[in-house]
Design a protein. Structure first.
Lengths: 208, 208, 208, 208
DNA sequence: GATGAATGAGCCTTCATTCAT
DNA sequence: AATGAATGAAGGCTCATTCAT
């Protein structure tokens, strides 16, 4: 077990402080002074660990996206490869994970989204995240519908996920995680995806 | 007597310049100096007409939302009251109006959305806009499905609209207006809404 | 009777507005915009009539000092040349004239006093005023005491007058005009001036 | 570890620079840029140490008033409690202390007096100062004359002090400290205070 | 590693003044 | 005569960053 340097302590500490400050005053109004104060340490040290404010912001966004990725991947790992409906549910569920719908995270996420339009580094991170969601969905959907339809469905589901997040960001009551998942489940049922998925699962079991 | 009526010229001019600057550098980086330069007039005059930067931003957001409202309402006026499917299409279509999917407008809209989380004046404007969309949709949907289902559908459609907008904001290709409307149309067909609407329309015609 | 041009209307109107604004926010915070608004006319017009802000301020101070001068001179005219005590009382009384102890006037006067230290035009006006007060007092005092004592007394009385004014400027209750005059009268009695003055008056009457 | 204790160096340095700038251009024209330049440091640092321009001005006035207080108190400490005439002289002398009649200090003092009429924080400081002078004088005077007369005398002496200061502020030759004290001494003699004080002192000595 | 000191660039705003009508 | 339009200079303040300790 490696000895923990200050770096391993300070970096998460500052990233968390950044998110809290963004939650409170918004990204444009977040200053290194506020973040330092919130973390209980000198603002100067941000330069030491992140090379500047933008470095800290990038690291913070990376952290947010990584948590999202983990939420999805860890759920996928618990679901059988053959259970297509379960896997789609896992992907959607990961996006509405308890940690992900925390108002602080939601606001941070939206703040970065807006900022990403004018910051190359953030833009790249955002694109990767978008593609990853689409990719996860398409992989599963392609197993039950033709490729072009899979793309259409994946795009629609992604739009639903982001739309619910977006509206939740401004809603004082925040995101209703359960309702969100039901909404998407309902969409999949309407599009007959769940039925097809179960059917395919049975076939494969029989095929073995 | 001074030159009169400059207010009607300057205000839209400055609002448009604001949107262009937000499009280029983002809301947090937009300065009154840039906006003034873009409009070809002195930055000082912003105070003359809007009482300050925040006044200009609020007016800009108000303008964006008003354009959106007009796009929806003008389409609704062209559709027969009895044509429920047509009315829903009008509402959706208004949100993907040519002027509304202009990348400049989309970015401005998202920038304000992010900002609204920390600015009371913008927040109120945003809420009104959200509610208006939901309201428009529910009025039509209630005519074909029970109230609670109408609310669910309206919320889902709104999420789809916003989600598509949001993803379009970061997509280099922008929003594909036609595809967006097809996506939502497809959802409505899957939910059997279009069918029910046509049916209701026939009934009413027969009723006369 | 000459027809009144707008100049004769506007100038006093603006001067009065200036004093009211100084009373409210102080000289450093008084802007031409405020003054114009208070007078109910466009600020631009100040340049028309006074050639700029400093011209207006100078005219205002001139007006304040002229009113003071009138208050003194008009009282002197009502007192017999031979009544030395009465003449001194007139000079003092003029400085505590009803119009002069108006809080608005007091504040304006003090504001200009402070400003005069760094403004040549105001400085000259102020000096003339100072000298005039001293001169008035010395002329009368020389008639009852030797020249060098007259100067000393005049200086002391002037200091008392200004000191009372100054303290009154900051006192929420303002200047107590009657008490002020009693204070100086008491000083003159203590210095035996009143007695000497009455004595001289009797001598002169007898001399005729 | 950073350079510590700069606060004790910077604060007096900036306060002194403030007074010098006020002396040169007046309070309304004094800018943080000028003050910083005069002190040889960056204007930004004024915020660091005083939280803004008004904080600096308040600290400057506080400094001026404290110096005045020290001048009076230190003189009082050197005078025997029983020597009433000496104590009054000490109070007056403190107000015309060498440091206090420095033209720079006099102008600063007057500038603040004018400003205090429209600034709550400065107003309070000024009132405390006024009351302190009156209080010092009344305490001594009450020992030789009835209370109501003590108040009258104290007020008159205070007016004389302030009047001499005020006139000195605009007089190119400044305040003649010696003449000022003589003037007030002369007043006290005329009012028989010195005589009464000496008498009381003799009584008390005899009483022991 | 950590921090207070210090800086300089930049921003919003105010304001006196000028101009066209 | 009078005014709204418009400007440009300047001021206070914020803030990310660098530096010495």
């Amino acid at each position: 077990m490696p000895k923990l340097g200050m770096s391993e302590i300070r970096r998460p500490q500052l990233i968390r402080a950044t998110m809290r400050v963004i939650h409170e005053v918004g990204l444009p109004n977040a200053t290194v002074a506020m973040i330092g104060r919130k973390a209980g340490i000198s603002p100067s040290i941000i330069n030491h660990y992140f090379g500047g404010k933008s470095g800290l912001l990038e690291a913070t966004m990376r952290s947010v996206l990584k948590d999202l990725s983990i939420a999805v991947v860890s759920r996928l790992q618990k679901v059988d490869k053959g259970d297509i409906a379960g896997r789609i549910e896992a992907i959607v569920g990961g996006n509405f994970d308890h940690k992900q719908v925390d108002p602080m995270v939601v606001k941070t996420w939206l703040a970065f989204w807006a900022q990403a339009m004018h910051d190359k580094a953030l833009f790249r991170l955002q694109r990767v995240n978008e593609q990853r969601l689409l990719s996860h969905l398409r992989i599963e959907l392609k197993r039950v519908v033709p490729e072009h339809e899979a793309l259409f469905l994946a795009t629609t589901i992604a739009a639903l996920i982001d739309g619910i997040w977006l509206r939740g960001a401004l809603n004082p009551q925040g995101i209703n995680s359960q309702l969100a998942q039901q909404t998407i489940q309902d969409y999949l049922i309407s599009k007959n995806i769940i039925h097809l998925a179960k059917q395919r699962q049975s076939e494969q079991k029989a095929g073995h």
